[in-house]
Design a protein around this ligand. Structure first.
Ligand code: DLL
Length: 434
């Protein structure tokens, strides 16, 4: 199994922590000097950058969150003048002002290296043809994978998102071996390939580099079967550079975090105290090496686990588990906490259910919350007897109730009845007031 940057990816922990400490010191001094927001933040807790004696001191420093990025919109958190910035990306900002991240020339170089690490870890090698079906544009996915895959020395096909017919044609004509996409778009591609009776084995696809949204093991298996590939997961966010924070190796036993650039903490979201390895908590990340957009203790709101146990691939970096949900996508119905990922895992285990679903939350005129799960079912089932359909609906509702401890209303939808997206899919539609 190839390792792109063995010097950094297989460092022993003692050496890694020395590197982390030195980089953290440098970063704190820089942001204190250059970014008024960070100066106020650190002064507010009486912390001088020179006070940092060990990595444990990180736990004494304040957090940052999305609100800080929004308040600083657009360039308030930049640590370099605009004259040194060569690229700017931004999240979609559907729920308020967008998050903006800038890159100096060196940041772009680092970004390419980090994405290259995860691509090589996933099994990409020279001779591959990588078709990028992430959107190019303000979203970090397209460009991030583009830079990283070029660094890995593969032929990049910058197809961008959408235009599914052309995606399939290019896959056939160019013999694409690697597909880069969101898992939901990969699933959709698989559906169209099946519908058009293209034999997936006639394509040369062998590997998927998926990320940007949650993908349960059940969904992964479904995509792998539909496209005849091995699917890997990688993680990142606009606030921290985009993709390149963490990615799975061929062992697929957690995503290796590039800890020489990102210090990861897993904390109890309520208390902010660390949780033991293996226990679910909120991922908090400090990006120490970014010149334009360094970030201190960023609360990602992503819930996951960390492990520092050795990995068979030889990398020594900590690994994060699958993102099981976000502190803000968990919803509460009838007093019960529900994560969409949990709903997904239950649904995908039921024979006859297609892997497309949506959760709709509403409030009735009497003030009661309603929780509806709309899910597509196979053709055979949908066009069968009404009684069978009703019985199936009850079964799905019962399976969900026993796993979630709250019973949703289930609405079965014909195959293809729910919308398909090209980018990130929206699973939960919450129409409740407030
Ligand atoms: O999604 C960056 C990215 C692009 C990562 C391409 C991987 C591949 P944002 O649009 O800012 O950035 O969204 C970040 O997406 O906080 C997670 O909630 C979610 N997310 C990203 N990767 C994963 C993943 C990009 N592998 C937000 N699994 C994050 C689950 C993910 N959720």
């Amino acid at each position: 199994m190839a390792i792109w940057d063995p010097r950094h990816e297989t460092m022993d922990r003692e050496r890694l922590e020395e590197v982390q400490l030195a980089r953290l010191r440098g970063m704190l001094a820089r942001v204190h000097r250059r970014v008024p927001f960070y100066r106020d933040l650190l002064d507010g807790v009486g912390f001088e950058p020179g006070d940092l004696a060990s990595l444990d001191d990180l736990g004494r420093l304040p957090f940052t969150d999305k609100g800080d990025f929004r308040d600083g919109y657009p360039f308030g958190l930049f640590a370099v003048p605009l004259s040194e910035v060569v690229e700017i990306h931004s999240s979609s900002g559907t729920t308020g002002k967008a998050v903006v991240g800038g890159y100096t020339r060196r940041d772009l170089h680092t970004w390419g290296e980090l994405v290259c690490r995860l691509a090589v870890a996933a099994g990409v090698h020279e001779g591959d043809v990588a078709q990028i079906a992430f959107g190019y544009g303000m979203f970090t996915g397209g460009f991030g994978l583009h830079y990283g895959l070029q660094r890995a020395g593969v032929a990049v096909v910058p197809m961008s998102a959408g235009n599914t017919a052309r995606q399939i044609k290019l896959m056939q004509d160019f013999g694409s071996t690697v597909l880069v996409a969101t898992p939901s778009y990969a699933l959709y591609l698989g559906e169209v390939i099946r519908r058009r009776e293209v034999d997936p084995a006639s394509l040369r696809l062998r590997l998927g580099l998926f990320g940007a949204e949650t993908c349960s093991e059940e969904l992964r298996a479904e995509i792998e079967a539909r496209l005849s590939i091995v699917a890997t997961d990688n993680y990142g966010l606009t606030e921290l550079c985009g993709p390149g924070v963490a990615g799975e190796c061929e062992c697929r036993d957690g995503m290796h975090i590039s800890e020489d650039h990102f210090i990861a903490e897993c904390l109890d979201p309520a208390t902010g105290e660390p949780v033991p390895d293996g226990q679910v908590g909120e991922l908090v990340i400090t990006a120490t090496t970014r010149e334009c957009s360094p970030v201190l203790r960023y609360r990602t709101r992503d819930l996951t686990t960390l492990t520092r146990a050795p990995c068979a691939c030889g990398r020594t970096t900590a690994r994060m588990g699958k993102v099981v949900g976000r502190t803000d996508d968990m919803f509460i119905v009838s007093g019960v906490n529900v994560f969409p990922s949990h709903v997904e895992s239950v649904l995908f285990r039921i024979e006859g259910v297609e892997p497309f679903y949506q959760i709709v939350l509403e409030r009735s005129p009497t003030g009661m919350d309603t929780f509806e799960v709309q899910v597509e079912v196979t053709d055979g089932l949908f066009n069968g007897w009404m009684d069978d359909l009703r019985a199936f609906e009850r079964r799905v509702a019962e399976e969900l109730r026993s796993a979630l401890l709250v019973r949703p209303r289930v609405r079965l939808v014909e195959p293809g009845g729910l919308g398909r997206g090209e980018g990130k899919v929206r699973r939960v539609i919450d129409r409740r007031p407030g």
